[in-house]
Ligand binder design. Structure first.
Ligand code: F6P
Length: 371
């Protein structure tokens, strides 16, 4: 019996999505004789039954393209904005899955997508996910596709900022994406030789950062690059957050609302970056500028490593479908792939452990981490 695959991309886009769609699709069509259909704009397209036929012609020439040919959205099946209201559309989605005679739905996404996928699995659907995000914060996988490309872009930006910061004897604070995880800022900060790296996992003291910069000035280095993760927080903010969490934990209903908010992209990041730049200018006497890399980090062609990763996870996904192995995320493990139960992934965030080798390396080369 021919198997029918549905596929969608959900959450923020990420370099390598097209390579993954191609990997799943080409293996399905060419190797296993399956059929595949795309749904546009994430779970919203599945809810509205907006489909895209995927065949040899449109799966071709997409390996090197950024973005996702299917389109994406952050809509969740159980909290879908419809006609000015937020509605639970899970049953409609389940209905459309069956109406399209799908044997499996492949969802390409980050942490939020893993949770939504598990909800659909619990409704009886056959689901497989692939881990994508430039943030690299999906649990149980060595790496996510999109991360390597963004790492290259952010590193290139830090390289370029060096010469202008040097010429003007300035501090440049460069804000790097990553949501609540510091992988991207830490990786790019180390690779680009940032003098200070601030990540959410290590709350910073502004005086420690300022002193590191003043010390550089005393050694004749009259410029500094601060790589600041968008989710980085000061020690004071950390304490306030902990206190707020304690209070909310006392109330379970409020806690579930908080979980929803944690999936949402933050809009306040830039304010914190501007504030830090102003503080550093005051404390060091050095002129300070900020650079917010923003969505540049998600755009353009995927790196070779991301194309390779997305292709191997995509083809491994189709192999699992052939075996009828559902309810899993296809995780990257070493050079291969491993099926991990959605229950083990959903709701978890992979942050940078304080004793991670990258942290130790950064400290050993003399980088200030704000603590
Ligand atoms: O999760 C990927 C990511 O790029 C985060 O690094 C960032 O905080 C967020 O998405 C931005 O979301 P949006 O594209 O919706 O503004």
């Amino acid at each position: 019996m021919t198997k029918y695959i549905g596929i969608l991309t959900s959450g923020g886009d990420s370099p390598g999505l097209n390579a993954a769609i191609r990997g799943v699709g080409k293996a399905a069509l060419n190797h296993y004789g399956m059929q595949i259909i795309g749904f546009r704009d994430g779970f919203r397209g599945l809810m509205e039954n907006r489909t895209m036929a995927l065949d040899a012609s449109n799966l071709s020439d997409i390996l090197t393209r950024g973005g996702t040919l299917l389109g994406t959205s952050r809509d969740k099946p159980h909290r879908m904005p419809v006609g000015g209201k937020v509605v639970d559309m899970t049953d409609v989605i389940v209905g459309n899955y069956h109406d399209n005679h799908l044997d499996v739905l492949v969802c390409l996404g980050g942490g939020g997508t893993q949770k939504n996928a598990l909800r659909l699995k619990d409704k009886g659907l056959n689901i497989i996910t692939l881990p994508k995000t430039i943030d690299n914060d999906v649990a149980m996988t060595d790496i996510t596709f999109g991360f390597d490309t963004a790492l290259g872009i952010a590193t290139d930006a830090i390289d370029r900022l060096h010469s202008t910061a040097h010429s003007h004897h300035r501090i440049i604070v460069v804000e790097i994406m990553g949501h609540r995880a510091g992988w991207l800022a830490l990786g790019a900060g180390i690779a680009g030789g940032a003098d200070v790296i601030l990540i959410p996992e290590i709350p910073y003291a502004v005086e420690s950062v300022a002193e590191a910069i003043r010390e550089r000035s005393r050694r004749g280095k009259t410029f500094s690059i601060v790589a600041m993760a968008e989710g980085a927080i000061s020690q004071q903010e950390h304490e306030e957050l902990q206190a707020a969490k304690k209070e909310k934990l006392a109330n379970k209903a409020k806690e579930s609302k908080k979980a929803e908010a944690e999936d949402a992209p933050e809009t306040q990041y830039a304010e914190k970056t501007v504030r830090l730049a102003k503080q550093l200018e005051l404390l060091t006497g050095l002129e300070t500028r900020i650079t917010i890399l923003g969505h540049l980090q998600r755009g353009g062609i995927p790196s070779a490593a991301d194309r390779l990763l997305a292709t191997r996870l995509g083809t491994a996904c189709t192999e699992l479908i052939n075996q009828g192995h559902y309810g899993v995320m296809v995780a990257a493990r070493g050079d291969g792939a491993k099926a991990v139960k959605l229950e083990e992934v959903a709701g978890k965030v992979k942050t940078v452990p304080p004793d991670h080798p990258w942290i130790l390396s950064a400290r050993h080369v003399g980088t200030n981490l704000g603590d």
